[in-house]
Design a protein around this ligand. Structure first.
Ligand SMILES: *Cc1c(COP(=O)(O)O)cnc(C)c1O
Length: 236
């Protein structure tokens, strides 16, 4: 684990990168939130994020967050950014403030029921496979409108917007195309369903500039803030 001083320097650099991309896009620098992705790191990563004044952390496994959050700093928003299995929906509603990986009507139904039973209204993002990547989770773009319709019918869920992960590629145009596609899907759905879908969670350490140029409102950054993860995160 890096030191807090190193984390602060890395965060300043990422913030400058975000501000530069916002300037290029003609957007205010505070129109993009930096979500600190703390997965695989000790709870200290969340402590650093809170101490620096970041508002949210992203985790990709329910059990990992369930272990860290109770011993972590107060006042942080915890967001699930990894694939969610049906049998963990209840736990996800318990330990996360927002679930970004809602990608099927069935999962939405389980989240809605769990939120109702826990007396909560849970925020969700709909994960769309906007890069048509066979290796990624997320609903197919053609199913996005059906997914939104299902989500809007859930009394205990609040749909904040959409999320995507760009395919791994050496060609930077692949990420750009993916992000522009998600933005287009959002604009279309927002108009057709007359709902804002304000949040566009897209962009990570390697492609956040392209995401911001395409309209990202939240970049999810791990490596650039905390350094390389020691092992690839296991599947959720
Ligand atoms: C791990 C992860 C990130 C952060 O990736 P970095 O390349 O380390 O910035 C962002 N989004 C999702 C969904 C992730 O699983």
């Amino acid at each position: 684990m890096i030191t807090y001083v190193e984390f602060a320097a890395r965060t300043d650099a990422v913030r400058a990168q975000i501000a530069a991309a916002c300037a290029r896009a003609g957007r205010p620098a505070d129109s993009v939130e930096l979500l600190a992705v703390t997965k695989t790191h000790p709870v200290d990563a969340a402590v650093y994020a809170a101490r620096y004044g970041l508002h949210g952390v992203g985790e990709n496994r329910v059990q990992e967050a369930a272990a860290k959050r109770p011993v972590g700093p107060a006042g942080l928003r915890w967001e699930l950014i990894g694939h969610l299995q049906s049998n963990k929906a209840r736990l996800a509603v318990e330990f996360f403030d927002r679930i970004q990986s809602a990608d099927s009507p069935k999962l939405l139904g389980l989240l809605d029921r769990a939120a109702g039973e826990q007396g909560k209204k849970r925020a969700v993002l709909l994960q769309i496979n906007a890069g048509n990547d066979p290796a990624k989770f997320g609903a197919e773009p053609a199913d996005a409108s059906r997914l939104l319709e299902a989500a809007l019918a859930c009394a205990h869920l609040q749909v904040d917007g959409l999320m995507t992960i760009a395919p791994l590629s050496d060609d930077p145009d692949v990420a750009t195309r993916t992000f522009v596609n998600l933005r287009t899907i959002r604009d279309d759905l927002a108009a057709r369903f007359n709902t804002p879908l304000k949040e566009l969670s897209m962009g990570m350490s390697g492609d956040l500039e392209a995401a911001i140029l395409a309209g990202s409102t939240q970049v999810r950054v791990g490596t650039a803030l905390f350094g390389a993860r020691s092992a690839p995160p296991p599947a959720a």
